[in-house]
Design a protein around this ligand. Structure first.
Ligand code: SF4
Ligand code: ZN
Length: 269
């Protein structure tokens, strides 16, 4: 099935309404660019959101590509400049955290970006956040959780977030959930979309890279089967307790007294 068809099918399955405002998390890479491009093409009501991580030349290239995409497709774009808003670039924030905790770059960056996205999406009063996660990303995460012995961590994965039902939590959708990374790359090139193809210079999660390399030795059919069968397996796994409270420091939704971002940054109340 063609990528457009797959995405259409996913969006109708998760019942996304064409009138609701969707904020697309744009990184400058192929996945989020194709997500925005297809949502716009299908007539969804989208706006773009980019977090400028302040990572030198790489961030500058990403911002340029995103501005070009949004100009071409007439997408309203919001830019969150992490240096201005949080006082430092992601590189600095990360090194400060890593001097106290042994954590991978992406683990830190991912938590901070999610925190920003939810807070800003709520401030902008959109009804959903769309991200560019694809089938390969999801298969990697599923296998990593299996290898770690915690398959239940994947229990809430899917094309729409199922984990948090809370007025302060903006639901997330993944229109490319059933699309192979390779097909996204080919599609973005065929459509000549403005994309930064080089990888983030800070993507140093060696374990994920190892799992990705292993997955790339499998056929596309087998990758698709991992996702198809993971959904069957996960529907039988008892979900983690989904009770949500609010962070005592920043007020954002959290599973404990303090949210992951404030815990990482060791912000005291
Ligand atoms: S690859 Fe990792 S470090 Fe780079 S932007 Fe993504 S989460 Fe952040
Ligand atoms: Zn917090």
């Amino acid at each position: 099935m063609e990528i457009s068809q797959k995405v259409k099918q996913t969006l109708s399955k998760i019942k996304i309404n064409k009138k609701e405002r969707i904020l697309v998390a744009l990184s400058g890479g192929k996945d989020s660019t194709v997500t925005a491009y297809l949502l716009k093409k299908f007539g969804y009501n989208i706006e773009g959101f980019h977090i400028d991580l302040g990572m030198g030349e790489y961030s500058e290239k990403c911002l340029k590509a995103i501005k070009e995409l949004c100009d071409d497709l007439k997408i309203k774009l919001y830019i969150y400049d992490i240096k201005k808003e949080m006082g430092s670039s992601m590189c600095y924030l990360r090194s400060a955290i890593q001097s106290r905790k042994s954590l991978k770059n992406c683990a830190i960056c991912g938590v901070i970006k999610k925190w920003i996205m939810n807070k800003e999406a709520r401030r902008l009063k959109v009804s959903k956040i769309a991200t560019g996660h694809n089938l390969d990303d999801e298969a990697q995460t599923f296998l990593i959780n299996i290898f770690k012995g915690s398959p239940e961590l994947s229990a809430n994965s899917g094309a729409i977030s199922k984990n948090m039902q809370d007025k302060k939590f903006v639901p997330r959708i993944k229109p490319l959930f059933y699309v192979l990374e390779n097909d996204i790359r080919k599609f973005s090139k065929k459509e000549k979309l403005p994309v930064v193809y080089e990888s983030c210079p800070c993507a140093l999660d060696s374990y994920r890279i190892q799992v990705r390399e292993f997955l790339n030795t499998l056929s596309e059919k087998n990758k698709e089967n991992i996702i198809k069968n993971s959904q069957k397996i996960l529907s039988k796994i008892k979900k983690k307790d989904t009770k949500i409270s609010y962070c005592k420091i920043c007020g954002e939704p959290a599973r404990k007294n303090i949210c992951k971002k404030c815990e990482l940054m060791e912000i005291k109340n």
